[in-house]
Ligand binder design. Sequence first.
Ligand code: AMP
Ligand code: ZN
Length: 474
Amino acid sequence: MANTFTFYNTLSRTIEEFVPREEGKVSMYTCGPTVYHYAHIGNIRTYIMQDALIKSLEYAGFNVKRVMNITDVGHLSSDADTGEDKMLAGAKREHKSVMEIAKFYTDAFFKDFDAVGNKRPDVIEPATNCIPEFIHMVEVLLEKGYAYVAGGNVYFDTSKLDDYYVFSSSVEKEQLEVGVRDDVEEDANKKNKTDFVLWFTKSKFEDQALKWDSPWGVGYPGWHIECSCISMKHLGEYIDIHCGGVDNIFPHHTNEIAQSESYLGHEWCKYWFHSNHLNDQSGKMSKSKGAILTVSLLQEKGYDPLVYRFFCLQSHYRKPLVFSYEALDQAAATFNKLVKRIAELKEDGEVDKAVVEQYENSFREAVSGDLNTAMAITVLYDALKADTNDATKLYLVNSFDKVLSLDLIGHAKALSEGPSVDPELEKYVLDAIERRAQAKKAKDFATADAIRDELLSKGVEIKDTREGVKWQLI
Ligand code: AMP
Ligand code: ZN
């Protein structure tokens, strides 16, 4: 490993050198989607930046194992354990069962997740798979005196911790304390305002669709417990990196640390990686706010999902990013120019190893320096301008695309070869041309013209030439 790998650790509030517990190996946990609605392009920004982090670690020589949950139970519409269960609200809205909703939106999530070039996590676990693990953790927390039963629910007792607000500076702590006091709807069962539910049995939502038997009665888990348990189930007592969006820092990740470290009796995760939000003109993009803009919708509008990835990679993960169609169009134009340049490269001569090493080092330095993906793209441009042969440049494009995942060579090939045609459409066109030839032979010109119009309506133009009938997409 040539470089040190650094990124901003929210826990230490500094850009730190990353040193995993086991040399060369990284165990990583990332909070997955809540599947009561589509994932918007903001959620997808978070998953793109996590994918870039994983691939950058791999580029630097680490072996990464990543686990992700699917929140298909227990996430209430407010982080303060109040409000409606989000899954139940989704099911009511669409007149479906909670499990149907979970399946539909999990599939929709992965369609968009894959389309932007992300690699799937090694383990993907829905919360509903792990009820016995949740119950076990709650039992241990009760035994150890970190939890209590009140009004039928089980709560985590935050007053048992020396430092509950682990992510915050002393000023932020004061602000959070005031915020928690003011914002949280009163739950008379809680001993402290910051206590949170580990297991619900008494709920104001009598029609909660997913319920399980537990030592405290029939009920369902709180949201935070799932990430602690799913992580430990697959990665053991320690993880190296935990990822999420900045909105997860409080209370979700704060509560995850509280319960995990109380359960384990030692530090759980040393490095916390948080990416910033995607905003629109009216502020943070959110699932519960108005129409949801998804990657699939961008695709329907004619945008390549990888152009959205390029748009995200051009900006730093710790900065908020404002989405607009003008900005996306700008990214598309830049991306197309980049592809055109790559399409002009010819396979010639030997790859120059010294040049490869020089540019690969610069690229590694960029992504290993607090995940500077914009700088990594600049290194790609520098390599394309370098005083070397095309074979070396093509080699470098392939190498950098292991992290960028923009399918640069694929796009360049498609540009050189012209638009690819759907084989079904091709079969239909050839068949129509044959029918038209038969009609012409029989002097049935009305039918021949009708076939020409039929093809036009499908976006296909035909021309009679001396070499026969030629066709093209219009
Ligand atoms: P959710 O499905 O709402 O639990 O969110 C999935 C992931 O997206 C979480 O890691 C959130 O922190 C993240 N997220 C939520 N809203 C945004 C946003 N506007 N921009 C970027 N990431 C977000
Ligand atoms: Zn989580």
